[in-house]
Design a binder for this molecule. Structure first.
Ligand code: A3P
Length: 345
């Protein structure tokens, strides 16, 4: 009888133990720790020299914290030397398009352990005063990183500024260029909404979108209006193509980045020759925000600022139709040049 009870107790303990170990393993896997223990694949030769010492992802996660401290200026020169940290020129730049989702793209790419973002828009190539300060000034604006990591910056004004392609070419003719686009009319309205909000903040009045987008004399689309011109993607891209071959550009679907970010990010990882490391775990839908937010680990997650994802004012449907008709031929050309087709009306 006693023997039977002991056997039963042992059996119960075994089941409970297995359950505990199982749950623990599940938890570890869920926070992504198992994945991070695996070594980082070396990044393709086009980014940095091959054969550099590989750093396990877990170590990178840890060092990310350190990098953050360094960025805040809390590091001594000795620490920077000890950790072999450098300020590197970007290997890839998000050149635009304004209101296409440039911030979301940068923040989401920054989830990748081999990517380090320049937090601020640097405006080096589009601002003559900054450009005159020279390339070393630009490099000093970059965050600290490990030599095998790549730095990415975003300044959406680059896409539409005349002098920028030549200036970037002079810095690095093989740089990778990311362009995130949205349906052109929606992008133009988003652009208008941002300006409108700025005016309202200063208690200023502003015109209605319809009045700016349509020339009241001709009743045609007003191509002098900046928000309209920026959405003629092909016109700007053609200027860039005088300096860079089309293979050096990757077009990101900004509308899809909103609804289904992971596949878009995976395409970018591929374009940048990065091992696939961003997973569904890193992205979760926040119903209150109405957008995907970022999860770095079990404790650290964040959504983009409230200035991203504004409510657009209602726009007259006839104006929307007119704009869509206007953009249509330019869109067709854009699809043809880039090899990426969108279902824009
Ligand atoms: P709206 O404000 O028109 O909705 P940018 O960073 O280039 O200024 O782009 C802003 C746009 O990014 C926003 O435009 C928003 O729709 C889009 N976006 C894409 N993914 C987002 C995300 N996860 N959170 C917030 N906004 C996102």
């Amino acid at each position: 009888m006693l023997f039977k009870q002991q056997a039963l107790l042992r059996q119960k303990l075994f089941v409970l133990g297995s359950l505990a170990i199982g749950s623990l393993l599940y938890l570890v896997a869920r926070v992504g720790s198992l994945d991070r223990l695996q070594p980082l694949c070396p990044i393709d030769g086009r980014f940095g020299p091959r054969g550099q010492e590989e750093i396990p992802l877990r170590a990178l996660q840890f060092k990310r914290g350190l990098l953050h401290e360094f960025r805040k200026g809390n590091a001594t020169k000795e620490q920077i030397r000890l950790h072999n940290l450098v300020q590197q020129l970007p290997k890839a730049i998000i050149i635009g398009v304004r209101k296409g989702g440039t911030r979301a793209l940068l923040e989401m790419l920054n989830l990748h352990p081999a990517v380090v973002k320049a937090s601020q828009e640097i405006h080096f190539f589009d601002n003559d005063e900054n450009y005159a300060k020279g390339i070393e000034w630009y490099r000093k604006k970059m965050p600290f990183s490990y030599p095998h990591q790549i730095t990415i910056e975003k300044s959406p004004a680059y896409f539409i500024t005349e002098e920028v392609p030549e200036r970037i070419y002079k810095m690095n003719s093989s740089i990778k260029l990311l362009i995130i686009v949205r349906e052109p009319t929606t992008r133009a309205i988003s652009d208008y909404t941002q300006v409108l909000e700025g005016k309202e903040r200063k208690n200023k009045t502003y015109y209605k979108f319809e009045k700016l987008a349509i020339d009241p004399n001709t009743c045609e689309v007003n191509t002098k209006y900046k928000a309209v011109r920026t959405s003629i993607y092909t016109k700007h891209l053609e200027r860039w193509l005088k300096y860079f071959p089309v293979e050096q550009f990757h077009i990101v679907d900004g509308d899809r980045l909103i609804t289904e970010p992971l596949p878009e990010l995976q395409l970018v990882e591929k374009f940048l020759n990065l091992p696939p490391r961003i997973s569904q775990y890193n992205l979760y839908f926040n119903a209150t925000r109405g957008f995907y937010c970022l999860r770095f680990n079990i404790v650290f997650n964040k959504c983009l600022a409230g200035s991203k994802g504004r409510i657009h004012p209602e726009v007259d449907t006839s104006v929307i139709t007119k704009l869509r008709k206007f953009f249509h031929p330019f869109n067709q050309k854009f699809y043809q040049i880039t090899g990426r087709t969108f279902n824009w009306p």
